[in-house]
Design a binder for this molecule. Structure first.
Ligand code: BG6
Ligand code: MG
Length: 213
C-alpha cells in the first residue's frame, strides 16, 4: 500500500528539463558539435558534472578538469538566467491538483532531485513549504540510478521504501526508484520510460487510482 509519494523536480513538477537542454545545447554549439534532444535523454536525472562528461563524450572531446569546471559553471549561469524568470504559472498542468489529492488522502510527499538549484526553483514557483521532505543535489553523494536520493526521502518521511512511489521523467530516475525497492510512475513517453511500472503523459486528470498497485 502506498503511503508516500516522492517527486522528481525537473521534468515532473516543472518543465526545467527544457531549460537544462537549451543551456547544454548552447554549450555544445560553442564547442562546435551538435547536441540533440535524443542525446539529451541521457542527461536527464544525472548530476551537473556527470551530464557534462556525457555531453563531452557525445562531442568526442576530452578536457582537463579546470576547463570542465568552467564549462559547468557557464552552463549553470545560462540555466539560472532561465529559471529566474519562473513563476507559479510554470508548475506543470495538474501537478497542484494531484499534490492536493495526496494531501487530502493523508499521504506524505517529498521531493527527490539531483539538482543543486532546487531551492531556487521551489522559491520561484511558490512550493518551498509544500513538501514534507526535500532531498536535492546538495544532500546526495551518489547520482541516480543509485537509489540514495529516494532512500533518504523515504527515511525523512519515516516510510518504508515498499510503501513509496516515485514520479520520474528520467530513465536513470526510474532505475533509481526500482533500485531502492520502490514503485515508479514514469512521467513522459512510454517508449522511453518503458521500465516504469506505469507511465502517464502528465498529471492532468490523474487521480489516486493511479498509485494503487
Ligand atoms: C536533474 C536534471 O534533476 O538535475 C539534470 O534532470 C540536471 O538534467 C541535474 O543536470 C543537476 O541539476 P543542477 O540544477 O544542479 O545543474
Ligand atoms: Mg527529471
Amino acid at each position: 500500500m502506498i503511503k508516500a509519494c516522492i517527486f522528481d523536480l525537473d521534468g515532473v513538477v516543472v518543465d526545467t528539463a527544457r531549460y537544462h537542454y537549451l543551456a547544454w545545447k548552447r554549450l555544445a554549439d560553442g564547442l562546435g558539435f551538435d547536441f540533440t534532444e535524443v542525446h539529451n535523454e541521457r542527461l536527464k536525472g544525472v548530476s551537473r558534472m556527470a551530464s557534462l562528461n556525457i555531453m563531452l563524450e557525445v562531442g568526442g572531446l576530452t578536457l582537463p578538469d579546470d576547463e570542465k569546471q568552467k564549462l559547468a559553471a557557464q552552463k549553470n549561469e545560462w540555466y539560472l538566467a532561465y529559471i529566474q524568470k519562473m513563476t507559479p504559472a510554470d508548475i506543470l498542468p495538474g501537478v497542484n491538483e494531484f499534490l492536493r489529492l495526496t494531501r487530502s488522502a493523508g499521504m506524505k510527499i517529498a521531493l527527490g532531485t539531483a539538482s543543486k538549484n532546487a531551492g531556487t526553483i521551489l522559491a520561484r514557483i511558490g512550493l518551498s513549504a509544500t513538501f514534507d521532505a526535500i532531498i536535492d543535489g546538495n544532500r546526495v553523494t551518489n547520482a541516480k540510478p543509485d537509489p540514495e536520493v529516494f532512500l533518504l526521502a523515504a527515511r525523512d518521511l519515516k516510510t518504508d521504501p515498499e510503501n513509496c512511489v516515485v514520479f520520474e521523467d528520467a530513465i536513470a530516475g526510474v532505475e533509481a526508484a526500482h533500485n531502492g525497492g520502490m514503485k515508479c510512475i514514469g512521467v513522459g513517453q512510454p517508449d522511453i520510460l518503458f521500465e516504469a511500472d506505469k507511465v502517464i503523459p502528465g498529471f492532468v486528470g490523474v487521480t489516486l487510482d493511479l498509485i494503487e498497485f
